[in-house]
Design a protein around this ligand. Structure first.
Ligand SMILES: *[C@@H]1O[C@H](CO)[C@@H](O)[C@H](O)[C@H]1NC(C)=O
Ligand SMILES: *[C@@H]1O[C@H](CO)[C@@H](O)[C@H](O)[C@H]1NC(C)=O
Ligand SMILES: *[C@@H]1O[C@H](CO)[C@@H](O)[C@H](O)[C@H]1NC(C)=O
Ligand SMILES: *[C@@H]1O[C@H](CO)[C@@H](O)[C@H](O)[C@H]1NC(C)=O
Ligand SMILES: [Zn+2]
Length: 470
């Protein structure tokens, strides 16, 4: 082989050896773990020492006010977090629903949660992550053990309320480790919601519950550190909603105003879904309209636009919203709670906590306000996954992220590789083409070897493909 060709080949392969690791490192996207402590109100971190929550604030970002979506219930808001859609658009409009088209009812405590049709008005982020060729894992997040559009998370567990938090964490961390590690994880824990309902958020007994959640967060941090993941993973700790004190003295009994024969009671207090019997709409509405000053009665089409809670047949024709702290029942025979949520999402008491830390996030940064629908585009940006149409805005939460530009998934037609990798690819391609031309011209003019040496072609082809793909 002539010396000149060998030198060219060496030059190219040396260039490749130098640049390829940079290219592939650029393509490695951040990992993300989204944690929800159900019913963790934003201000719980201030009422007892919470050293682990504090540590996250110092190491990362916190948002003081997160406006979640109406109604401020568990299933609607958990689905909003992973879709970026308001409830009317993702279809999980309540914990208890009736769909007049399917003629089916849904209760979050029933087996209907496994009927994927309830979830398929939207696509959750774990499915989109997998469609982008990456892996996800889910520990009990609402909807994560359902085949949505035929797809489960890559790794998941069937819902089991008795499975301890620690076990969920250990499982998730094992999924984040080793070969075929997941890129995106979701973790759900039932507290402090359950205690908040039973004790009421004002009860001093709640202090112990909050301290326990902080210890659980500490367990998660410790396990991530031991697995060598703590500084690699982006950790978001948030919740679906807050909690407010309710009382036996603030009860509205619908039986006093309208007979149970006239309607079906679909969703529970504090935003009650009323389905009038056939032909009874006007009668039910006029009986309820001005019945009690501590509730507001809406026809579906009159629900204020700012709730984004109107355009879905699963929203009942009549909605009754209790004022904060009030409970709506049919009569006083049922059981009674001391805390509840579901009220107007503009009430401070309904807002969740929000903290995040990790390589993609700024450190020691406090942001005044965001909407929970904005979390979805933020997570897509961190993961480098193209977001589906949603109601959030990356622009309004981008300041939570480190300044260094990472993935640019919001550009409509550009694939998920970061811009710097794209530039490198083009540069490398150009170098190769020039290298080729020089070699080729020399070969042809010297007429010593066939025009395209095999060695060059072998090196260049994967790279040219790489360039095309970029
Ligand atoms: C809806 O389902 C119920 C049973 O759950 C049935 O009695 C009723 O006839 C169905 N209605 C229609 C319109 O199919
Ligand atoms: C739920 O989890 C508990 C605790 O790990 C376990 O003992 C129980 O067998 C699980 N139940 C089911 C149905 O898997
Ligand atoms: C109270 O309401 C329940 C349904 O919520 C009904 O079954 C019961 O008959 C009612 N009790 C009275 C005394 O009306
Ligand atoms: C929310 O996003 C969905 C999907 O793009 C869209 O259909 C809907 O109109 C949006 N809602 C609002 C209030 O913008
Ligand atoms: Zn709850």
């Amino acid at each position: 082989m002539p010396v000149v060709v060998m030198r060219k080949t060496c030059l190219l392969s040396c260039l490749l050896a130098l640049l390829l690791p940079i290219l592939s490192r650029q393509e490695e996207h951040s990992k993300l773990l989204l944690v929800s402590f159900d019913g963790f109100r934003w201000d719980y971190v201030n009422r007892v020492p919470t050293p682990n929550f504090r540590a996250l604030m110092e190491e990362g970002v916190q948002v003081e006010k997160v406006e979640n979506t109406y109604i401020t219930k568990t299933f609607p808001n958990h689905y909003t977090l992973v879709t970026g859609l308001h409830a009317e658009s993702h279809g999980v409009v309540a914990n208890e629903m009736y769909d007049p088209v399917l003629n089916h009812s849904f209760s979050m405590e029933g087996p209907e949660i496994y009927d994927s049709r309830w979830w398929e008005e939207a696509v959750p982020l774990w499915v989109t992550t997998q469609k982008a060729g990456r892996r996800s894992g889910a520990a009990m997040w609402p909807g994560s053990d359902v085949a949505i559009g035929g797809t489960y998370p890559t790794r998941y567990m069937s819902y089991n309320a008795s499975m301890p938090f620690e076990m969920r964490v250990e499982k998730l961390i094992s999924w984040f480790s080793g070969a075929n590690a997941i890129d995106f994880g979701v973790l759900y824990w039932e507290e402090p919601d359950e205690s908040g309902h039973n004790l009421g958020p004002e009860s001093s007994l709640m202090d112990v519950v909050i301290e326990d959640i902080d210890r659980k967060l500490g367990f998660l941090r410790e396990k991530l550190k031991r697995a060598g993941l703590y500084d690699k993973i982006n950790l978001i700790v948030t919740s679906d909603h807050g909690m407010t004190q309710v009382s036996h003295d603030k009860v509205i009994e619908l039986d006093a105003y309208v007979s149970q024969d006239l309607y079906t009671w679909v969703d529970k207090s504090p935003v009650v879904g009323i389905l009038p019997k056939k032909g009874k709409f006007d009668e039910v509405y006029s009986l309820l309209e001005n019945a009690n000053p501590n509730m507001v009665v809406y026809k579906r089409e009159d629900i204020p636009d700012y709730f984004h809670y109107k355009h879905n047949v699963r929203i009942m024709p009549i909605i009754i919203e209790a004022k904060e702290g009030w409970t709506i029942v049919q009569n006083r025979t049922g059981s009674f709670m001391l805390g509840n949520h579901g009220y107007d999402n503009h009430l401070r008491s309904m807002h969740p906590v929000f903290l995040a830390r990790g390589p993609s996030f700024r450190t020691g940064y406090t942001k005044a306000t965001m909407r929970s629908v904005d979390l979805y585009p933020l997570m897509c940006s961190i993961l480098g996954v193209q977001p589906l149409p949603n109601n959030g805005s990356l622009a309004s939460v981008r300041d939570l992220l480190m300044e260094t530009p990472t993935p640019r998934p919001t550009l409509p037609s550009v694939p998920r590789e970061p811009q710097s990798a794209w530039v490198l690819g083009v540069l490398l391609g150009a170098v190769l083409v020039v290298g080729f031309l020089v070699t080729f011209v020399k070969q042809v003019t010297q007429r010593q070897l066939p025009p395209l040496p095999l060695t060059n072609r072998e090196i260049s082809q994967p790279l040219l493909q790489e360039e095309l793909r970029l």
